[in-house]
Ligand binder design. Structure first.
Ligand code: FES
Length: 257
């Protein structure tokens, strides 16, 4: 069965957003997931046809990234970070508890189709470890107990809100947003949590400021003017780092690198 006309037209709309149409492949694949519930052969063919590339090329991209699914996931796709920091902070225990509680394994979906489970790699949210995601929205500082409560709420239709984001929508709805069709929930909920802002607070307390932005050349500026701008930025950064060192700040993390 081929992909429906509305989706085909929207795939073309996405391709049309980019100077090089094939740059739109990733959001096009998100839209295929929104419409089909997974990356289907029909979706791959449609993307290839619109972009004038081969199905093998589309398939190569779709199989490279783990966020593209070849089999259906649940309405709520639950990720548990089991990368190093989250793992030692409880991520491994959460993942084990959820596998038992849901009676499914990694990359599997509950019989009611509501929840699927995946162990995921570092989400660059280590300051909130152990971290989980639901349809790619963050759930911070989780415990085995709060994780089981979360999946129970999701399965029973209780409204759940991300700890740093909006109300949780379904996986297909989230995929449509990733395809570039907003649901107007982007500004709902907090965008940054306390842990992310601690550094900013310390910088303000100590009067630290960012380097002055360089006078960037115009887009059509010469290579020489761009090089000068880059040099100025490097100088500004070095001056700023010197100021930080002189202020007696703890720069241990720099030494550790
Ligand atoms: S290790 Fe889990 S978010 Fe970084």
């Amino acid at each position: 069965m081929s992909i429906d006309q509305t989706t085909y037209a929207e795939l073309g709309e996405i391709a049309g957003r980019y100077p090089q149409a094939r740059s739109g492949l990733l959001p096009m694949l998100n839209l295929v997931q929104a419409a089909e519930g997974r990356i289907t052969p029909e979706g791959i063919e449609a993307c290839a046809e619109i972009l004038g590339i081969t199905a093998a090329e589309v398939s190569g991209v779709a199989t490279f990234y783990t966020m593209y699914k070849r089999k259906p996931v649940g309405d709520y796709h639950v990720g548990v970070c089991t990368n190093t920091l989250c793992a030692v902070m409880g991520g491994d225990a959460i993942f084990e508890r959820l596998k038992d509680h849901l009676d499914i394994g990694n990359d599997e979906t509950t019989a009611d189709g509501k929840v699927s489970l995946e162990h995921i790699e570092c989400n660059a949210a280590c300051d909130y470890a152990p971290v989980m995601t639901v349809n790619w929205e963050f759930m911070d500082n989780m415990t085995p107990q709060s994780a089981t409560q979360l999946v129970d709420d999701l399965r029973s239709g209780v409204e759940v809100t991300s700890t740093r984001g909006p109300r949780i929508c379904t996986w297909r709805e989230a995929e449509r947003v990733l395809a570039g069709f907003p649901d107007d929930l982007a500004d709902e909920g907090p965008a940054a949590g306390h842990a992310s802002l601690v550094g900013l607070g310390i910088a303000r307390e100590r009067g630290w400021t960012a380097p002055r932005p360089p006078e960037l050349g115009s887009a059509s500026g010469s290579d020489a003017s761009k090089e000068a701008a880059v040099e100025q930025a490097d100088t500004g950064r070095a001056e700023s780092e010197t100021k930080i060192d002189e202020s007696g700040a703890d720069t241990k993390h720099e030494d550790d690198k």
